[in-house]
Design a protein around this ligand. Structure first.
Ligand SMILES: [Zn+2]
Length: 48
C-alpha cells in the first residue's frame, strides 16, 4: 500500500515539459527541476 502511494507521488512531481530546439527543431524534454537542457543533436542550449 505505502509503496504504491509513493510511486504515484513520484510520477506526479516529474512532469516533463517538451520544448522545441531553436536550431534543429528537435523536441527536448525538460523535467521540473531543470532550467535549461542541451540539445543532444546540435548542442544548442534550450531554456525553459
Ligand atoms: Zn538541436
Amino acid at each position: 500500500m505505502n509503496k504504491s502511494c509513493l510511486g504515484l507521488r513520484n510520477v506526479g512531481t516529474q512532469t516533463p515539459v517538451v520544448k522545441q530546439c531553436p536550431q534543429g527543431g528537435l523536441e527536448v524534454e525538460f523535467f521540473s527541476d531543470e532550467q535549461q537542457v542541451r540539445c543532444s543533436v546540435c548542442g544548442a542550449v534550450v531554456r525553459k
